[in-house]
Design a protein. Structure first.
Length: 377
């Protein structure tokens, strides 16, 4: 098996972790041949980059990807808290995080209800599709979207997500972004609990009302792949380590323990990027304006300085340090959402009696340069 040659290719490699170990061993910000961005891979450097005020989420000259300019997909992208620094966006993020926290009981109930429906049939072949449907069905329901339209919403989320990366998909992605925005805006008239709470928290903080709907849509688009990846990582761990079933049966660990360790051990989000707007020193390295840093979260998760015995899967790991969901001002507010949905789904998959042994061998991964999502055995 040939090792990957850069962090983007590593995401879908059968075993990227020896390559990540090599990146991590270099320490600090560094470059590798044939790959232009700077790389942060060890825990200390990843932490320094993610918490630096000088490392932004978009290039200075490109607040949105150029191919999305003038489209509904670009309008959606440009209003997401995930893709903006400063201004009203920290207030919107706090409002969103507070609203989600208040909705956790309802989210857990919907996660179990939809998991029972989506994963009732024990089918390995259907598993990847159902994993991607789950976050849209759960969060869409909480946003007030009609159940008979949720399949169409999944298709629109997929089209939008693809359009952000692939310029040839922009037409379909723009139409999908417009439909998603319209559906969520229509739901607001019925005042569903999540949207109402989000609106109220934004108003309390003085955030512009026009940022509500795009960031409600953003819940669907941002939970989509990350949640599916987390569920896949959890089921892979159970398939490849039969002792986990025994530990679960004996209540020596919980499914929450398994999911949280899976998020560290087989990170569903393998990397993210940061951009430097002006010459600055970060983690002891001088960076020029316009520099890009690829932050290899999956490598930092297995840094022995952060997590002793990093390659071992320890569901009851003490003082676990997980970089998967980010740090600093752009730490993901949806970590508990993803974990809750993955727990409900994994428990239902096991209850269905699905034979997971096909996952104990070679598997394939959904095409991506940053998310590691199970496609099938």
């Amino acid at each position: 098996m040939r090792p990957p040659t850069d962090p983007y290719l590593a995401v879908t490699h059968p075993d990227p972790y020896p390559f990540y170990a090599g990146l991590r061993a270099r320490g600090g910000l560094h470059r590798i041949e044939g790959f232009d961005p700077w790389i942060a891979a060890d825990g200390a450097t990843v932490r320094a980059v993610l918490t630096s005020e000088h490392c932004r989420v978009r290039p200075l000259a490109e607040p949105i990807p150029p191919h999305l300019g003038g489209t509904a997909a670009g309008a959606l992208f440009g209003r997401l808290v995930r893709m903006n620094d400063g201004g009203p966006f920290p207030t919107v993020k706090r409002a969103l995080a507070s609203s989600l926290e208040e909705m956790m009981s309802a989210l857990e109930a919907e996660s179990r209800r939809w998991s029972a429906r989506l994963f009732a049939e024990p089918s390995i072949a259907l598993l990847p599709t159902r994993a991607l449907q789950l976050p849209v069905f759960v969060l869409g329901t909480l946003l007030g979207l009609p159940e008979d339209g949720l399949d169409a919403c999944v298709q629109d989320v997929e089209a939008y997500v693809r359009s952000v990366v692939h310029s040839q998909a922009v037409s379909e992605g723009a139409a999908s972004a417009a439909r998603l925005t319209g559906r969520v805006e229509d739901c607001a008239q019925a005042r569903p609990a999540l949207l109402s709470r989000f609106s109220a928290r934004m108003q309390e903080g003085g955030a512009p009302a026009e940022l509500r709907t795009p960031n409600a849509v953003g819940l669907l688009t941002q939970a989509y792949e990350a949640t599916a990846g987390l569920l896949g990582a959890s089921l892979l761990a159970i398939a490849r380590m039969p002792s986990l079933r025994t530990q679960l049966a004996r209540r020596e660990c919980t499914m929450e323990d398994v999911v949280r360790e899976a998020a560290r051990h087989e990170s569903p989000v393998q990397n993210t990027r940061r951009f430097v707007h002006s010459r600055v020193s970060v983690a002891g390295q001088e960076l020029e304006a316009g520099a890009t840093v690829v932050v290899v979260l999956a490598a930092a998760n297995r840094d022995p300085q952060e997590n002793p015995r990093p390659d071992d899967f320890l569901p009851r790991r003490v003082d676990r340090r997980t970089f998967t969901f980010g740090l600093g001002t752009h730490a993901c507010p949806g970590q508990r959402l993803a974990e809750t949905m993955a727990v409900a789904a994994a428990e239902q998959v096991l209850a269905s009696g699905l034979d997971l042994s096909p996952l104990s061998g070679p598997v394939t991964w959904r095409a991506s340069t940053n998310t590691r999502i199970l496609r099938g055995p």
